[in-house]
Design a protein around this ligand. Sequence first.
Ligand code: NAD
Length: 339
Amino acid sequence: MSRLTGDHRSTTIESEGKPVVAVVDAPGGGYVDDPDIEQRILGHAAEVRLHIVPEGEHHLAGGIDADYLILWHRVRLARGFFETAKRCRAVVCASVGYDHVDRVAAAAGGVPVFHVPHYGSEEVADHALALALSLARRLPELDRHVRSGGWDWQAIGDARRLREMTCGLIGFGRIGMAVAQRMKALGMRVVFHDPYTHPGIEKPLTVERVHRLDDLLGQADIVSVHVPLDTATRHLLGARELGLLKPGAILVNTARGAVVDAAALRTALEDRRPAYVGLDVVEDEPGIPQWLREHPRALVTPHAAFYSVQSLTELRTRAAEAVLQMLDGTQVTSAFAVP
Ligand code: NAD
């Protein structure tokens, strides 16, 4: 059965007394147009509904009558949702980050929250590498030069040899480590700052640990950000920190926009610390400031780093399998409880 009412789109594929699993996406999110994967995995045990929240209601405070939610990241679950959604037994975030869910309210409401942190680490690492390499080799400038009728190799400007660069990684989890492997393959020295990762992890991975963020910022030619967004990492890179970068440095952020203070970044770019910025994420997505759209030394992609045909399929499969494991009462191994 399929129902379309106003801005609400609700596609019901099974019914009659089964638990309800709502796949919740934002308009234009486009992650799930057809819940066919979820239906294939869950259809025998649950009623699967696709719920597209109305435009302008990304902070969801209620209105979904379901036992389980598979939640896509452009929809925010606010406190009010957990106060009113008495039927909700669990939320599975179809994402690595879970900063879009009020976890305190979820815990107070007794609703466990899961996420799927391991579906697309390679894609994000590849994307961070692509942004860094494109900027290091000045591809946006060269492309603009050729498109405007030029053919002068000197348009490459002051590009430097990669093998003599240092790459500094802020956050050394799944994605940070995958980026380290890629940068090392290019011959770069790799340093990282992560106060919480395993002591000694630098040894087997033959990278260097930097205990103070300030020291990383002062020595890296390419800085790539791979921390989760939380209260401690919001604006982790503000005016002071950006001022510590090497002149000419490249900054890449594929983590979350708010880790970098956008207003401070605008000023810092004028000072060429960083000289170039590659962003897959911005503060207040999907809004993007006009100055950033127009900046000649910014390379910006629309939060696409996670994506490949395979990673999206893996993500949807893992999220649905996690709900099935909950329904079966077996150990949940396809997703992980958020801390
Ligand atoms: P992860 O949990 O494996 O690694 C994050 C690391 O950051 C951890 O090792 C943690 O110790 C470290 N960390 C936390 N606070 C820190 C701080 N203040 N300073 C330094 N290090 C700190 O996560 P991951 O899988 O590597 O993903 C990283 C982030 O990437 C996610 O949280 C998510 O927001 C983002 N992400 C973006 C996309 C995209 O499409 N752009 C896709 C997936 C993930």
